[in-house]
Design a binder for this molecule. Structure first.
Ligand code: ZN
Length: 287
């Protein structure tokens, strides 16, 4: 799933490729992908892309006439840039193609989504705050005004495991399952640690880990073509998705805790004093 660093890089990529071009046409290839109906997608035709930005994990293409095309790629979605898009609108069907935007020079992009769970979402709005997921976003961790005090304020009194806090878009915007694993590994912190129990020193360590992990990921993917971002994300991760492999810091075996629809990975030596975390799903299966 694209998280803050990948969406940031996609936005930068689209800035250089799409800004200044007029929209030739925009088409949804499935009924479920477009979450808004007013204005209709045809309203985009002729608008010039003025800016490309990001709200958390949402991409925002804004036009010279004040419309915002907001896209959330969800877990299995991706953006494919093409220099020469077909002129015919996409046919609805079983293909992974969800949405297509074609520009005046024939270039543009497809949004695709693998798998059967279709969660990729596109919104066409006059104000980004009209998108519910954008309106409720917490502060952006890469913003200059996201200080240690900001983080302390977000964690204080919160009786929640830190892994859940980092992933909650309404608390902090843009961090998902992968980068929360990475941040906690860098901070040498258990994903099950309760936010409200953290000392100021621990919060400062976590703050540094958030800033460095995300900044480095953005720097690694800067300048990469949209097509190369996925591979870069995977190769840059230290623990996420690497259960059974060696921790790059201490050499211990990276372990995993599974949940209903996700899993987290961590290094016991670096993060939990060598003790494996309870995997409730696993122990339930063993009973
Ligand atoms: Zn380790």
């Amino acid at each position: 799933m694209p998280e803050l660093p990948e969406v940031e890089s996609l936005a930068a990529f689209l800035c250089t490729h799409a800004v200044g071009h007029a929209v030739a046409r925009a088409d949804a290839a499935s009924f479920s992908v477009l979450k808004t109906f007013d204005p209709p997608l045809t309203a985009l035709t002729g608008h010039v892309i003025a800016e490309v930005g990001r709200h958390g994990k949402f991409l925002d293409l804004s036009t010279d006439q004040g419309l915002h095309l907001i896209m959330h790629l969800a877990r299995a979605g991706w953006l494919r840039w093409r220099e020469d898009l077909p002129t015919a609108p996409p046919k609805p069907g079983k293909s992974p193609l969800a949405f297509r935007l074609r520009l005046d020079d024939g270039s543009g992009f497809d949004l695709t989504e693998q798998g059967t769970k279709k969660r990729l979402a596109v919104y066409l709005v006059r104000d980004p705050a009209a998108v519910p997921g954008v309106a409720t976003l917490g502060p952006d961790p890469l913003a200059a005004d996201f200080t240690l005090d900001t983080l302390v304020g977000l964690l204080a009194g919160r009786r929640m495991q830190i892994k859940g806090v980092l992933r909650d878009q309404s608390i902090i915007a843009g961090i998902g399952n992968a980068y929360s694993d990475e941040v906690l590994h860098v901070a040498k912190m258990s994903p099950f640690k309760i936010a409200a129990s953290m000392t100021l020193d621990e919060m400062a360590t976590l703050y540094d880990a958030i800033k460095t992990t995300l900044t480095e990921a953005v720097e690694r993917s800067a300048g990469l073509a949209a097509a190369d971002l996925k591979g870069e994300k995977k190769s840059g991760l230290r623990v996420h998705g690497r259960a059974g492999q060696e921790c790059p810091v201490c050499g211990d075996t990276i372990k995993e805790v599974s949940f209903a629809d996700s899993a987290l990975q961590y290094c016991p030596t670096c993060q939990t004093g060598g003790k494996p975390l309870a995997d409730r799903r696993l122990s339930r299966l063993l009973k």
